[in-house]
Design a protein around this ligand. Structure first.
Ligand SMILES: O=C(O)CCC(=O)C(=O)O
Ligand SMILES: [Fe+2]
Length: 282
């Protein structure tokens, strides 16, 4: 794999091309997809206003450890598994049942629903093009794993401009794999996302505005006995002063219902709890 090519969501063979890309690289990039750019841009701008507030104002939405909805300040941000530094970021975990600033509730919920429906459709594409010998071992259909799941999470991330008082080894998001089944992520407003190739090189993910980046998470890797690889990715720091701006991004993490049996080793709930402990946020 040397580059990721964007697939037209509306092409007749999109489902097949997309699933092949996920299988071969852990990532798929879609263009011409139904999540409106205008809506995404509006959310970036509105959440930037939220993040520009004082710590005190933001902390009135502080997350609660078990439920995990709400604001994670920079000094509570997760450290990637195996990393000894916190990522240089702050973020908000939005669930339709969770806390949300009133002025952001309407647009955020509308986006959550649209993104959740698209993610469900993409999971159905993956299911359709899973070889039978692999899908035989799914304990239930992929589509039924997510039905009415309340754990699907919209994370709104803000990576502030660097002040140069950060720990020297800390980066915006250290190398990690996502926990869930599938992640869908509109291109952020600034570059920085990189994916690790099978050969171990870091590759820039195309960040043209309007692209949708999709990746496999650990739960789908676990449920498919490794057939679909959960790919390592990271967000690097701005390369120079000119690039040293706020960066907003908005992944939706599609989750399996807690009681879904992923494999002989884990239910979705057991797996999630183990991973949250590793990230230092439980
Ligand atoms: O900010 C990004 O582009 C990616 C964020 C990410 O990988 C994550 O939050 O899991
Ligand atoms: Fe991630």
């Amino acid at each position: 794999m040397t580059e990721l090519v964007a697939i037209d969501y509306r092409a007749p063979n999109a489902a097949q091309l997309f699933t092949e890309s996920l299988k071969n690289t852990g990532f798929g990039v879609l263009r011409n997809h139904p999540l409106s750019q205008e809506r995404v841009l509006n959310l970036y701008q509105s959440w930037q206003v939220f993040f520009n507030q004082s710590e005190q104002a933001k902390n009135s939405f502080s997350y609660k450890s078990i439920k995990q909805d709400g604001f994670f300040s920079r000094n509570k941000a997760e450290s990637a598994k195996g990393s000894s530094h916190r990522d240089i970021k702050e973020y908000y975990h939005y669930y339709p049942w969770g806390q949300c600033p009133t002025e952001l509730q309407g647009i955020t919920q509308a986006y959550y629903q649209a993104a959740n429906s698209l993610a469900a459709e993409l999971l159905a594409w993956v299911e359709e093009f899973t070889p039978l010998e692999i899908s035989h071992s799914y304990t239930q259909s992929l589509s039924s794993m997510i039905e009415n799941c309340e754990n699907t999470l919209l994370r709104i991330l803000h990576y502030p401009p660097l002040l140069e008082d950060e720990e020297p080894e800390a980066i915006r998001a250290a190398a990690h794999e996502d926990i869930n089944l599938l992640t869908i992520l509109p291109a952020a407003n600034e570059p920085g996302l990189q994916v690790k190739t099978l050969e171990g090189d870091w590759l820039d993910v195309p960040s043209d505005f309007g692209y949708l980046i999709v990746n496999i998470g650990d739960m789908l890797q676990e449920a498919s006995a490794g057939y679909f690889p959960s790919t390592t990715h990271r967000v690097i720091n701005p390369k120079n002063k000119l690039e040293n701006k706020s960066r907003i991004s908005m992944p939706l993490f599609l989750h399996a219902k807690p009681d879904v049996v992923l494999s002989e080793r884990y239910t979705a709930h057991e797996y999630l709890m183990q991973r949250l402990k590793e990230l230092g946020v439980l």
